[in-house]
Design a protein around this ligand. Structure first.
Ligand code: ADP
Ligand code: MG
Ligand code: MG
Length: 863
């Protein structure tokens, strides 16, 4: 019932129903939140009555009364949307306390310190969350009292001193808001409920939703729950843990707890949390396993039950009151990509989930994290400090102290590391833009750690030996003093922080990785190829499991220092002989290029696209280059300058490029086709493998264009076969990247052996949107819902996708055997891949590093 009750409410209800110890409570549904916003911030008429009835049921269950002066019921008011939004929404604890009920609580519990501690916590939370008093006002007063009392730890403060703090807090509230702190528990309750609904629309929540594609109309639920107390003494505690290690996925109970503490104390970093398991504890630590053995044993039982019930790793929050365990939250735990992988595979092997579920459990895009570099173990390094290994990977960048500056510098293409004492939801946008995050305070479940893991950012948390001075913009550790802008390197796998930039090495594809890939390969239908033209890229692609090359962009091969001169001569030559000489000089280079691709791909299909971009891209820019070419061609510099001007275009992307070029200068395509066929024959002879080259003609809009270029290519092929005294199988196909080509695909298919949808250009030409110029308005469109997503990242299913579907269907109507693929950026985007699966394409082709992502996404799409 997650949609109605929110994640927290639904899971609390579910835990209660499977017999786990959950304090009684009720949930105000997400529908109320939506109704509230739809009706000008007003509640449904019957809400008050229903809340009163539900509250009464808690009173009965607890044997306490809300607002009662002798034995008061206290509640927490907790937000909870459908999906967890860490730190976004606000929770108020100990609600129902006032000057009278606090005395009742002191008497009924026999612990005045606990009662007054709870009361000051309540004013502090309610004051900031509901009444908008800046949190640090309370913190400052508390710090000051601790100094006066000369105590370090909150738990050492007496009832009397807390009483003074409470008075001080009330004054702060009055001073800051002009209002008295509310004493009526009913007013407190409704104030808190309204604050939760109000926080759904606060800017932080808004940012988080935008970053995570969460619609605003989902709304949040509000949970009202009887309080249990972890701050009632040494046999009480509160903690946050994961049923498995969320960094590595290891099957060990993992988390942190604090004795005699409440709520957010564990993550707030005020006291140092202790580990759960004795196995993971250092000598000076006090693991829960030995300190509270009974509650720990109960928690182990709960851990097992929860994993069996939810069949996934859980992130749980609990409180122990007088040695009795209470469960306060469970949810699917956020994890690193490595952990997601390990947990999915382990759980499939443990029989908790099926292999197919395991495939579905790993978000394809997260594989990126595993394919990223780690520190080179042999690289020289100077360690600056060590913190907690909060989110793995290696990241180097310049030190930046604010989220705003991170965004600015990242926008300029700089690598930066966000360095904070601790992070808060205000920093999320900066964490997103940074290479990595370093905090000096907070544990493995701190805001920085949780958010960074979710985003796949490298994070070292709680590096306590580092001193950060925001004002001076410095970071000090031991004898090192670094300034903003200086470089550091983070190792999120070990928690180490290094001075400067440390060398990295490419990732090793672990056993779990290849296991999952194997399972994915078994179920997927779509083939996965790579876009590659260099031997390096082709090798990477194969290592990542590419089943061929879907796009080799030959123009990328024209830029090498040994060839660009010939390319320029070819373009600038004003007489056929000079052009022919330049083209002949290029032939051996191209033949070698293609031969090495055929060798690396050993028999797998290789699609080679003939020259595509407008010629002026290859032209000499500087004067010296112009002079050089003039000399080589024996032409005047003036003539060349005129030629350069003649070739330049107002709108090159819609200009003289693609097959239009092949039609105007047939010699260029003829040379490329010759190079491809000669290379294929050469490598076939060398290896005995049947090489089936796929020649691809770009930017075809009309069948006549393909007729013409195909015929010219076939003549060259025939000539090569005759010269070589052999033949081999080959395909000639076309890109579909113009709307006209998609619309007339039935005709074009008559002369094409395959189609490859060039969805980058197809997106530009369908939307009339230049990718290079869209930056000034496209982000606005996406932010404001005019477009659901950036259409260059994820295919515009209705528009561009509609053309792909039309092209595929009409092409196959003419030629059922037509091979269909896609080679735009979309070929590596999981959402787009799901669409291509629906359309029934044969393969996707993407950049080498996206190949594993595409394999997994294709498997998920097939399931
Ligand atoms: P968040 O979504 O920020 O984690 P929660 O609503 O889970 O906020 O509340 C934070 C913490 O407050 C919980 O982890 C728990 O320790 C404490 N808390 C919430 N409700 C109760 C309760 N009824 N009794 C005791 N502690 C509670
Ligand atoms: Mg919180
Ligand atoms: Mg919580």
């Amino acid at each position: 019932m997650r949609n109605l009750l929110g994640g927290k409410g639904a899971n609390l209800a579910e835990m209660a129903s499977i017999g786990l110890p959950v304090p009684p409570g009720f949930t105000i549904t997400t529908e109320v939140c939506s109704a509230f916003y739809e009706n000008g911030n007003a509640y449904p008429d019957d809400l008050a009555g229903q809340v009163a009835t539900a509250l009464h049921r808690i009173e009965t269950a607890m044997g306490l009364t809300f607002g009662d002066a002798n034995a008061p019921l206290l509640v927490s008011v907790r937000s909870g949307a459908r999906v967890s939004m860490p730190g976004m929404m606000d929770t108020v604890l100990n609600l129902g306390l006032n000057d009278e009920t606090v005395e009742g609580l002191a008497r009924s519990s026999g612990d005045a310190r606990f009662a007054w501690d709870s009361y000051r916590r309540f004013i502090q939370m309610y004051g900031s969350v509901v009444m908008g008093v800046p949190h640090h006002r309370f913190e400052d007063l508390l710090e000051q009292s601790k100094r006066t009392l000369n105590v370090a730890d909150d738990t050492a403060i007496s009832a009397e001193s807390w009483r003074d703090v409470v008075e001080g807090y009330k004054e702060i509230v009055l001073r800051e808001t002009g209002k008295h702190f509310p004493t009526d528990p009913q007013a407190q309750l409704w104030g808190a409920v309204s604050a939760v609904f109000g926080s759904w629309m606060n800017p932080r929540a808004h940012t988080y939703r935008r970053l995570h594609d969460i619609p605003a109309n989902w709304g949040t639920a509000v949970n009202v729950q009887a309080m249990v107390f972890g701050n009632m003494g040494e046999d009480c505690a509160t903690g946050v843990c994961f049923t498995r290690d969320p960094s590595t996925g290891e099957n060990i109970f993992y988390g942190e707890y604090l004795v005699n503490a409440q709520g957010e104390d564990v993550v707030a970093g005020i006291r140092t949390p202790q580990p759960m398991s004795a196995l993971r504890a250092a000598a000076e630590q006090r693991p829960m396993e030995t300190v509270l053995p009974e509650a720990y044993a109960e928690l182990l039982r709960v851990r097992d039950l929860l994993e069996k019930h939810y069949r996934d790793m859980q992130d749980i929050e609990f409180t122990v009151q007088s040695n009795t365990l209470y469960m306060l939250q469970t949810r699917t735990g956020k994890r690193t990509a490595a952990a997601a992988l390990k947990i999915a595979i382990d759980m499939a092997r443990e029989g908790l989930i099926t292999q197919e579920e395991a495939i579905q459990r790993v978000p394809p895009a997260s594989l990126d994290q595993l394919l990223h570099p780690t520190l080179d173990p042999n690289a020289e390094r100077t360690q600056l400090a060590r913190g907690l290994p909060a989110s793995p990977g290696a990241a180097a960048g310049a030190i930046v102290f604010t989220a705003e500056e991170v965004e600015e510098r990242a926008a300029q293409g700089q690598d930066v590391i966000l360095v904070r004492i601790e992070t808060s939801p205000e920093d999320v946008h900066g964490m997103h833009a940074a290479r990595g995050v370093l905090t000096t305070r907070g544990g493995m479940t701190s805001h920085a750690a949780v958010v960074a893991r979710g985003m796949g950012r490298v994070c070292v948390a709680g590096a306590g030996s580092i001193h950060v001075d925001y004002k001076a913009q410095t970071l000090t550790a031991g004898s090192h003093v670094l300034k903003a802008g200086d470089w550091i390197t983070l190792d999120g796998g070990t928690g180490a922080v290094y001075v400067g930039k440390v060398a990295t090495i490419p990732p090793t594809l672990s056993g779990d990785f290849s296991t999952l890939m194997g399972w994915a390969d078994d179920v997927r239908r779509l083939r996965v190829r790579a876009n590659a033209e260099t031997p390096d890229d082709a090798e990477t692609a194969r290592k990542f499991g590419a089943e061929g090359i879907g796009l080799c962009r030959t123009e990328h091969m024209f830029f090498g220092p040994d060839r660009i001169g010939h390319v320029r001569q070819m373009i600038m030559a004003d007489e056929p002989e000079a052009r022919a000489r330049a083209i002949d000089a290029l032939l051996p280079f191209q033949r070698d290029d293609f031969a090495s691709l055929f060798r690396i791909m050993s028999g797998l299909p290789v699609t080679i696209r003939l020259l595509d971009p407008p010629l002026h891209e290859f032209l000499p820019h500087g004067e010296t280059e112009l002079v050089d070419i003039a000399r080589a061609l024996g032409q005047s510099v003036e003539a060349l300058r005129a030629r350069r001007a003649a070739l330049s275009e107002a709108n090159p992307m819609l200009g003289h490029r693609g097959c239009r070029l092949g039609i105007s200068y047939p010699e260029i395509y003829a040379m490329q086709v010759r190079a491809i066929m000669e290379a294929a024959i050469l490598v076939s002879r060398e290896t005995g493998e049947a090489i089936v080259p796929e020649i691809m003609i770009p930017l075809v809009g009309m069948k006549t264009e393909l007729d013409r270029t195909r015929k010219a290519a076939e003549e060259v092929v025939a000539a090569v076969f005759a010269e070589q005294g052999t033949t081999l199988e080959y395909l000639i196909g076309t890109m579909i990247e113009l709307p006209r080509a998609a619309i007339t695909a039935a005709q074009i298919a008559e002369v094409a052996d395959f189609f490859s949808f060039g969805t980058n250009d197809l997106t530009q030409t369908t939307l009339g949107l230049s990718r290079d110029d869209a930056g000034s308005f496209l982000p606005y469109y996406v932010d404001h819902g005019l477009l659901p997503k950036d259409p260059f990242v994820s295919i515009d299913r209705e528009g561009v996708g509609g053309l792909v579907r039309l092209g595929a269907e009409s092409g196959r109507s003419t030629k059922p055997s037509l091979k269909l693929g896609v080679c735009g950026e979309h070929g590596g985007d999981p959402d787009s891949i799901a669409f291509f699966e629906q359309v029934g394409l044969d393969y996707v082709s993407c950049s080498p590093f996206r190949v594993p992502v595409a394999r997994l996404a294709a498997a998920q799409a097939a399931l």
